[in-house]
Design a protein around this ligand. Structure first.
Ligand code: GLN
Length: 392
């Protein structure tokens, strides 16, 4: 987070986007759509601004949005929530995760995550003053799998929380029922809270199904479920997310949230409420578009010479860059920093999602992540340029 001079380092996503911009590269690094979400949803926010919805929203979020979030959890997952006590609107999932960790964990506590892990998860655990313990995913049989033995040994009586990201960024893994149940059993044994990051909940493909951990037997009372509207409706800049779970845990998070952002963007809340109620067709269309783009990117990466795993969810494909490494380009990080300048494509190294020197950092040293949440022409430009790698 901070370098030795105490200055904030840019995130790997900001670094790679800046590099992409400078080199006029096709940016398959930072995962954000280069097309706006549905117009009818955007129009609702414009209408709200024109109608004067421009002052602070209530701290928990508007009643309309909290009811819509509760209805969404009931419709998709059969989870029943009290919209007044068990739902909190946040400034994106990122704030919800930070506020939950700061509220519920601190010095002396251990927080377990998968590894690779999303960068803000590690930063938020550090801000809470807790200790980060990781369970590596293993790249086996075409899938990034949970290491069940490592899960066992990561859990101890110091485990205060397990932070679970599924569908998983960066690997695209959607945890299976067996993997979710192993995590549920570990949480129950350690009497730990589970905090989930489910922002890609609707971006799952083929036979894969997303299941919130809160819907597994016995988990509702110890789980805070976090998601957001950014990925589901391609409006990542609106920063409207939410957290749901037991009232006393939600209250603890609200106590922190009120001093982080106080409340979240008022004019967007009504639009998101409507989107959650009426947006199923838009979600289906986005999923179909992304499923098609996933195939386009996988085919392009394979023909360029990468080994890839087909992700079950998210908008990322991970690729093993080993065939292109050399003494000058010893690993995925060096490759990712070389690629924009020399080939005109940006990606992100998986090592950026690993702790330095960890077993996962070694396992994924040669891997990079490409996003397919880009227009067809961007994807085609990138794929065409990547074919030049074969000649190098
Ligand atoms: N979630 C996006 C990704 O994984 C990045 C968002 C950000 O830049 N922090 O690419």
């Amino acid at each position: 987070m901070l370098n030795q001079a105490g200055n904030a380092q840019p995130t790997i996503f900001a670094e790679m986007s800046a590099l992409a911009m400078r080199t006029d590269s096709a940016n398959l690094g930072q995962g954000f759509p280069d097309e706006d979400g549905p117009e009818w949803i955007r129009e609702l926010a414009v209408d709200a601004i024109r109608a004067g919805v421009n002052q602070y929203a209530p701290g928990r979020g508007t009643a309309e949005l909290r009811h819509a979030i509760a209805a969404h959890q009931a419709k998709h997952y059969g989870i029943t929530l009290d919209p007044d006590r068990e739902v909190l609107v946040t400034t994106g999932a990122t704030e919800a995760i930070a506020a939950a960790l700061i509220a519920l964990t601190g010095p002396g506590d251990e927080v377990v995550t998968l590894e690779p892990f999303y960068d803000s998860h590690a930063a938020s655990i550090a801000m809470a003053g807790a200790t980060h313990v990781t369970v590596p995913l293993l790249a086996r049989d075409g899938r990034f799998q949970l290491d069940l033995q490592a899960l066992e040994s990561a859990i101890s009586d110091r485990t205060k929380a397990i932070l679970v990201n599924t569908p998983h960024n960066p690997t695209g893994t959607v945890l299976t029922e067996a993997e979710l149940d192993a995590i549920a059993a570990a949480a129950q044994r350690a009497d730990a809270i589970v905090i989930t990051d489910e922002v890609y909940e609707h971006l799952v493909f083929d036979e894969a199904r997303h299941q919130p951990l809160a819907s597994r037997p016995g988990m509702a009372e110890r789980t805070l479920t976090i998601s957001s509207s950014g990925k589901t409706f391609s409006i990542t800049g609106w920063k409207i997310g939410w957290l749901t779970g037991p009232a006393e845990l939600v209250d603890a998070v609200l106590a922190v949230k009120q001093f982080l952002t106080f409340t979240s963007g008022a004019p967007f809340q009504g639009a998101i409420a409507q989107a959650l109620i009426d947006g199923d067709t838009d979600i289906r269309e986005l999923r179909e578009t992304l499923a098609r783009r996933r195939e386009v990117l996988i085919a392009g990466l394979s023909s360029a010479g990468f080994e890839t795993f087909r992700p079950d969810g998210t908008y990322f494909v991970c690729a093993d860059a080993t065939p292109f490494l050399s003494s000058e380009l010893p690993d995925g990080a060096a490759f990712a920093r070389w690629l924009p300048e020399n080939i005109g494509v940006a990606c992100v190294p998986l090592s950026a999602f690993c702790a330095e020197g960890s077993p996962a950092a070694a396992e994924f040293a040669n891997w990079v992540r490409f996003t397919f949440v880009k227009r067809d022409d961007t994807l085609h430009t990138a794929i065409e340029r990547l074919q030049k790698l074969r000649a190098n």
